[in-house]
Design a protein around this ligand. Structure first.
Ligand code: NAD
Length: 336
C-alpha cells in the first residue's frame, strides 16, 4: 500500500515524491524522532549521518533492522559521501544544548559553517530539497515579543552563547546564499525549545534537568529568580512542523515552537508535581546571556502549513517523565 504523504506537494527541484532523505544529526534527540517519522512512510529511505559527537547510536538502534534505514558514521565538517539519489536533506548536525556547545565551542562553529556548507553541497549535487534546523537562539536576548521571523535579533557576538547563536546565523546566511547563488531548494526552520523522550538527562536544558532532579529526589535548581520564560514544544509537534516545511517549497525562515509561555519556576513546579516528587526548589545563579523571554510568533507556520503545536504540555511532560523513569530503572537493573 502506498502510504506516502509527499505525493501532493512540491518539495524538491524534481517535483517528484521524496524517496530518500538524508538526516544529519539523525542520532540526536530531534533527528532520531525525524528518522522514525520519515520511516513511517513505506516509500521512504533514510540515511542518518552522525559522528556521535553529542549522542550515541542508542536513539536509532531500533531502526537498524529496517533495510530502508542506513547509518553513516561521519563528521559533516567533511564532505558527505552519500551515493545514489537523495531528494531531501534535513540538516540537524550540531551540538544543541548549552552544556554541549559551551564544552564544544569550535566544533559547534564548524558544524554550523563547514557542516552546513557540506550539507548544502550535498543538496546541490543531488537536486534535493534542503532544510536547515536553525534555532530561536538567532534572536539572542530578544527585544521584540513574541518573536516574528522578520526580527533580526539581539545577539552578543562575543558572549559565551555566541558560538551557537552565530553558527546558526551563519548557517542561515549560507543557506540563503546557496538558494540565491546556486538555486538550491532551501528552507530554514527556527526551532524553539523542544522537549521529549530521548533528551539526555545531563544535557543541561531545563526540562531534563528538572526531571532528573525530581526523580532522584534532589533539589530542582532554578536559575535566577525563575521569572524568565521559556516556550516549550513537544518533540512530536516539532517534527511535524519540520516535515510540513520540508514537504513544501517555502524558503522560510519559519518559526516552530509553542507560543504558550511558562516561567522557569512554573516549569519546575509542574515537573515536580507530575513526577510526584517532594524535592525542594533551589535558586542558583543565572548563566551569562541567558535570554529573559522567548516566545514564537507562529502565524506564518499556521497560515502556510496549518501547523501549530497539538500536544498538551502536561501530557508531553508526563510522557517525557515516564520515559526518563523507565531509562533510570533500566540502568539500575543493568547495574544490579
Ligand atoms: P542533539 O545534540 O541531541 O543532536 C545533535 C546531533 O548532531 C547529535 O547526534 C550529534 O552527534 C550530531 N552532530 C553534531 N556535530 C556533528 C558533526 N560534526 N557531524 C555529524 N554529526 C554531528 O541535539 P537536538 O536537540 O536533537 O538538536 C538537533 C538540531 O536541532 C540542532 O541543529 C539544534 O541546533 C536544533 N535545535 C534544537 C532545539 C531543541 O530544543 N532541541 C531547539 C532549536 C534548534
Amino acid at each position: 500500500m502506498n502510504t506516502s504523504r509527499w505525493r501532493n506537494g512540491p518539495h524538491s527541484n524534481w517535483g517528484g515524491p521524496i524517496r530518500r532523505a538524508v538526516v544529519t544529526g539523525g542520532c540526536g534527540f530531534v533527528g532520531s524522532h525525524l528518522c522514525d517519522d520519515l520511516l513511517l512512510d513505506s516509500d521512504v529511505e533514510v540515511v542518518c549521518v552522525d559522528n556521535f559527537l553529542t549522542s550515541t547510536g542508542d536513539n536509532v538502534v531500533h531502526c537498524l533492522s529496517d533495510d530502508r534505514f542506513e547509518l553513516l558514521v561521519h563528521d559533516v565538517t567533511e564532505p558527505i559521501p552519500v551515493p545514489g539519489e537523495v531528494d531531501l536533506v534535513l540538516h540537524l548536525a550540531s551540538p544543541a544544548s548549552p552544556q554541549d556547545y559551551l564544552r564544544l565551542p569550535v566544533e559547534t562553529l564548524q558544524a554550523g559553517s563547514l557542516g552546513t556548507f557540506n550539507a548544502l553541497e550535498l543538496a546541490r549535487q543531488k537536486l534535493a530539497r534542503f532544510v536547515l534546523a536553525s534555532t530561536s537562539e538567532v534572536y539572542g536576548d530578544p527585544l521584540q515579543h513574541p518573536q516574528q521571523e522578520s526580527y533580526w535579533g539581539n545577539v552578543n557576538p562575543v558572549g559565551p552563547r555566541s558560538v551557537y547563536d552565530e553558527a546558526k546565523r551563519f548557517a542561515e546566511a549560507a543557506t540563503t546564499a546557496y538558494r540565491t547563488r546556486h538555486g538550491v531548494d532551501t528552507a530554514i526552520v527556527r526551532i524553539f525549545n523542544t522537549f521529549g523522550p530521548r533528551m539526555r538527562a545531563e544535557d543541561g536544558r531545563a526540562v531534563p534537568t528538572f526531571i532528573r532532579q525530581a526523580l532522584a529526589g534532589e533539589p530542582l535548581t532554578v536559575t535566577g529568580d525563575g521569572s524568565q520564560t521559556r516556550s516549550l514544544c513537544y518533540v512530536d509537534d516539532t517534527v511535524q512542523g519540520i516535515l510540513a516545511v520540508a514537504a513544501s517549497s517555502h524558503p522560510g525562515p519559519v518559526n516552530l515552537g509553542n507560543p504558550a509561555e511558562t516561567t522557569v519556576l512554573e516549569l519546575a513546579h509542574l515537573v515536580r508535581d507530575l513526577s510526584r516528587s517532594a524535592a525542594p526548589i533551589e535558586f542558583v545563579a543565572r548563566p551569562v546571556d541567558d535570554p529573559g523571554r522567548r516566545r514564537p510568533d507562529i502565524t506564518l507556520a499556521w497560515e502556510q502549513f496549518g501547523w501549530k503545536p497539538e500536544t498538551d504540555p502536561r501530557k508531553g511532560l508526563s510522557t517525557t517523565i515516564d520515559w526518563f523513569a523507565t531509562q533510570l530503572n533500566d540502568t539500575a537493573a543493568r547495574e544490579r
